[in-house]
Ligand binder design. Structure first.
Ligand code: HEC
Length: 508
């Protein structure tokens, strides 16, 4: 009898052990947050095509997500099965254009609505539409376009979020225009505020207008903190990516001011127009995208923090906020270059975090896409200490005396580490007329370049930003590095040559 009891106990222990091991098997990686907190990373979905935005919905215990070409899917968190629930008609997909933001009505039980936005093309004109979709037993039963605004071939933003009073905010892009962002009467480069029916609320700061705040370039993230503050993330040009705390009628400066108000012209403009500074800015740029404030905090070290997914930096930034949620008081970086570009983040009511990669988008990075891209990964707090784990990454700094370091910080995201570029989009930096001719080279770096050019029989027709904010010495270091690498063998360029060029530019 006793023997049988012992046998039963042993079998139980053995089975429990197997279950525990099997559970551990499902993690593809572990992340160390502190001596006492470790996360397990699970792969929930693979082979996706640029999941652009996603949001957890407690009512259905599922995640709704968009893919850039036009599909909306539901990921059931009980079964981890994905179902495509709708294909948005007329989505115009090219480079950064396509099906973008998605958000879920906070009162889903009574108002089972999804909201999404995307680019469409009508004749020669591009627009962004905001669409409301009614969800009914795993399907979409009804759709309605709530708002249509101007679009363009670049800078269409955009993200959406509901506040705690069920008011919808749409963060839009400036459609690469010179004037929209500073013009409070147009709908681009703005935060637009509307009811869940797409109407202008009675209490909007400008009566009869959707416009709530302005002065933005290309909005890529928006979230609401615990106390209701709205925070956005935004792509800068060659410098100064921004994180902004959004308040009514505030002007955030673009395109008169980039990032912090630190240049004499910027300070002057700020004094005249009362513009608001970002709560954080990044130079060199990191290309911030998904911004998410988890409402439940199972990870004590990440309490009261924003989670920011980055594209260029290929990482997860954890930005700890002050108690008022108006300032960033600490920044930590995780997952650097592990999963590639991170574009979407959400979390469930237990505090598990979900991130989506964006390695099949228009901007290819070295080593990606992986065969399994794009993926949705789940980060869960685990109750054991793994043998091997990823640790916090150092925040990228630039060695201003090294041409290589400067090149990697400012040029490699487009022209790549080896100067090979990306066919048809970013030209190679190898024995071209611009590399050979020192004047042309310095000119491109100081003034940028646009318009059609041809290199090795291939057409390029994008925009290269200006890098005139770099010092003469930094420009000289980069130019010399490029002219001595990537199969080039040309004379060094020194600071004096850059200085002469700048003076000449000024006289023109
Ligand atoms: C955001 C992407 C981006 C970044 C960052 C960037 N470039 Fe470019 N660059 C371009 C594009 C796009 C073109 C082509 C413009 C056109 O089609 O007219 C270009 C063109 C050039 C050219 C002339 C064409 C050639 O291949 O010789 C040079 C030289 C150049 N870039 C150097 C640099 C250097 C040096 C840096 C870093 C300081 C840099 N670029 C950073 C996008 C970028």
């Amino acid at each position: 009898m006793q023997r049988i009891v012992w046998l039963a106990v042993y079998s139980m222990l053995f089975l429990l052990g197997c279950v525990a091991l099997e559970n551990r098997d499902r993690y593809i990686d572990f992340v160390k947050v502190s001596e006492t907190t470790f996360l397990g990373v699970e792969e929930l979905l693979d082979s996706l095509d640029v999941p652009w935005d996603m949001q957890y919905n407690s009512e259905t215990n599922s995640i709704f997500f968009t893919e850039i070409k036009g599909t909306i899917s539901e990921l059931n968190l009980k079964t981890n099965k994905r179902t495509a629930i709708y294909t948005v008609p007329r989505v115009y997909q090219q480079r950064t254009l396509g099906l973008l933001a998605l958000t879920v009505h906070p009162d889903f039980r009574h108002k089972p609505y999804l909201y999404t936005c995307y680019t469409v093309k009508e004749g020669e004109h591009i627009f962004s539409e905001l669409l409301r979709l009614k969800y009914d037993k795993g399907m979409i039963s009804e759709t309605k376009v709530l708002l249509k605004i101007k679009g363009a071939r670049a800078h269409n933003g955009s993200r959406m979020v509901f506040d705690k009073k069920n008011i919808l905010y749409w963060a839009t892009g400036d459609v690469a225009s010179q004037t929209h962002a500073q013009d409070s009467t147009t709908l681009n480069g703005k935060i637009l505020r509307m009811t869940d029916e797409g109407e202008v609320p009675q209490d909007n700061p400008i009566p009869g207008s959707y416009v709530y705040a302005w002065g933005f370039r290309n909005m890529q993230g928006i979230t609401v903190t615990l106390n209701g503050n709205i925070i956005t993330s935004e792509h800068g040009d060659a410098i100064e990516d921004e994180l902004n705390w959004i308040r009514p009628l505030h002007n955030y400066g673009w395109k008169k001011i980039e990032g912090y108000h630190d240049l004499p012209e910027e300070i002057a403009y700020a004094q005249l127009h009362g513009t608001t500074e970002p709560i954080k800015a990044w130079t060199p740029v990191i290309a911030p995208a998904a911004l998410h404030y988890p409402q439940s905090d199972i990870i004590p070290e990440w309490k009261n923090s924003l989670l920011l997914g980055t594209l260029k930096d290929q990482s997860l930034h954890v930005l700890r906020l002050n108690d008022e949620q108006t300032e960033v008081i600490a920044e930590k970086v995780y997952l650097k270059d592990v999963y590639g570009r991170i574009r979407a983040i959400t979390s469930d009511n237990k505090g598990n975090i979900y991130i989506a990669t964006s390695n099949r988008d228009w901007k290819k990075q070295v080593g990606f896409p992986l065969e399994t891209d794009d993926r949705i990964l789940k980060l869960t707090k685990i109750d054991f200490v793994p043998n091997k784990y990823l640790v916090e990454n150092e925040i990228q700094t630039v060695d201003v005396n090294s041409g290589k370091s400067l090149y990697q910080a400012y040029c490699a995201s487009c022209h790549k580490d080896d100067g090979a570029g990306q066919k048809g989009i970013f030209p190679p930096l190898r024995q071209t007329e611009w590399i050979k001719d020192e004047h042309k080279f310095v000119d491109v770096m100081l003034n940028g370049l646009s318009g059609k050019i041809k290199i090795d029989e291939i057409d390029y027709d994008q925009m290269m930003p200006s890098f005139s904010f770099l010092s003469n010495k930094e420009i000289a270091e980069i130019a010399t590095y490029v002219r001595n690498n990537f199969g080039n063998n040309y004379a060094a360029i020194d600071s004096m040559q850059v200085e002469t060029h700048r003076k000449h530019d000024k006289q023109k």
